[in-house]
Design a protein. Structure first.
Length: 452
């Protein structure tokens, strides 16, 4: 396809963008100056021809207005004849006399055929009219209106044909002068335009290189930030695993040390294996090896199932779960949300009295899911609340204080947050926000359950 292009087009495609733009601008400048030169040249030519015609008209009118001329009276025909018999003028090839209506009635020199009337001829014409004929021999046709002395009334027309060789040579000198001036203007303007464009393109190229360099560095910084965030999330999930394994390991250690029932040891081992599998699944999702979506209702139901299976959860615990309409969560955020809800629910179950209630609610608004975990326990100690999400802050015997700190880190890794809404006797509520915009094309799902 490229081989079908003209050689000039192929060469232009190989030029740098700035040079090609300069060539294009110079070409447009040349076309514009040539387009302006043609009508300007024609206008100057017409002015030169009219100049000669006016000189001739002045001579004829002077002859017509001569007091000694017997035709200076009221006889129009005598005036036309007297004026048309021009004194010996060089270059006159034909002379004809016309009535005011444009009818030929006398030929004094040259061809007897009537000359064609000019297109703009009219009886009211008062100025000479000219027409230059370059071929076969340069000729100048002149129509001159005739008026008697002291009167503005046109009494007739004289048509003359003059040798146009001198005028043609003057036209040639005019064309050469105009061409030279156009070239000088083209060189000066073109050089200035090329200088400005090259400076502008050089500055633009420098700005583009600077932008590309900054974009490259920004992209590298984004990759490093993404890697740091991913590493932080993996570390938080691993910390969650360590935190969760403390109790099963302690129970297993107690069974082994005291020679207890092997069923308790097997149960502790199963719990640890389940936690490890959950964390491995989360890490796999962090690496982007799997992808699916889950509803908020399913997410809350799974968190309740895990909390109820935890050994520290009293069997008499009552559960209330509700969700509103909203989009599905991707598996990555869903897994991290599940870990946080499980930790919050497990903490709540450990402080409940008999027949206590845990409520987990999900509500979508403003492009994010908001989960609330609430219990009717005794509330948190007032001195613990200011440092609640700091590591090594725990009121439970043997607690590490890492659970809430890890949960908040996981929430912020997703772009959300975890905070304590209220803590008074009979009501402790945590709020978890997870980004999840409402897709325009995805149908909304409405869930609402009350689990026993």
């Amino acid at each position: 396809m490229a081989s079908d292009l003209p050689l000039s087009a192929r060469l232009l495609r190989r030029l740098p963008p700035g040079v090609a733009a300069v060539f294009g601008a110079l070409a447009l400048l040349g076309i514009a100056m040539a387009a302006v030169r043609i009508p300007f040249r024609n206008q100057l030519r017409q002015q030169l021809a009219v100049r000669d015609a006016r000189v001739l008209a002045a001579l004829i009118q002077q002859e017509l207005e001569d007091p000694e001329n017997p035709a200076a009276g009221d006889d129009p025909l005598a005036a036309i004849i007297a004026a048309s018999i021009v004194p010996d003028l060089p270059g006159v090839e034909s002379v004809q006399a016309y009535s005011p209506e444009g009818r030929l009635f006398a030929t004094f020199l040259g061809d007897t055929n009537a000359a064609p009337l000019p297109r703009d001829f009219s009886e009211s014409s008062t100025q000479p009219m000219v027409a230059f004929r370059p071929k076969p021999q340069p000729r100048l046709d002149v129509w001159i209106p005739l008026r008697t002395s002291g009167s503005a009334e046109v009494v007739g027309f004289t048509f003359l044909t003059l040798d146009g060789q001198d005028l043609a040579e003057e036209y040639a000198r005019l064309d050469a002068t105009l061409l030279r001036q156009v070239w000088i203007a083209f060189v000066l303007i073109g050089a200035t335009l090329a200088f400005i464009l090259l400076r502008a393109f050089r500055s633009l190229d420098r700005a583009n290189r600077l932008l590309a360099d900054r974009s490259s560095r920004l992209e590298q910084a984004n990759r490093e930030l993404s890697l740091a965030a991913r590493t932080s999330a993996i570390g938080a999930v691993a910390s969650h695993l360590v935190h969760g394994l403390r109790n099963p390991l302690a129970a297993l250690q107690s069974v082994v040390a005291n020679g207890g029932d092997s069923g308790d040891a097997a149960d502790s081992a199963r719990r640890m294996r389940s936690m490890i599998d959950d964390v491995v699944r989360v890490l796999r999702d962090e690496q982007g090896l799997a992808g699916f979506e889950i509803s908020a209702t399913e997410l809350i139901e799974e968190s309740v199932r895990r909390i109820r299976n935890h050994p520290s959860c009293p069997p008499s615990t009552r559960w209330e779960t509700t969700t509103t309409q909203g989009p599905l969560l991707d598996n990555r955020n869903a897994n991290l949300t599940l870990l946080i809800l499980e930790n919050l629910g497990t903490n709540a179950s450990q402080v409940l009295e008999k027949d206590g209630c845990i409520r987990i609610r999900g509500h979508h608004h403003d492009n994010h899911w908001e989960f609330a975990v609430e219990d009717d326990g005794p509330g948190l100690p007032s001195d613990l609340i200011p440092r609640l999400f700091m590591p090594i802050s725990s009121t439970k015997p043997g607690g590490s204080g890492l659970g809430l700190a890890i949960s908040r880190q996981l929430a912020r890794h997703m772009g959300g947050d975890l905070d304590l809404v209220s803590s008074v006797p009979g009501c402790t509520r945590f709020r978890l926000r997870v980004p999840c915009p409402e897709p325009a094309s995805r149908p909304q799902v409405v869930h609402g359950i009350a689990a026993p």
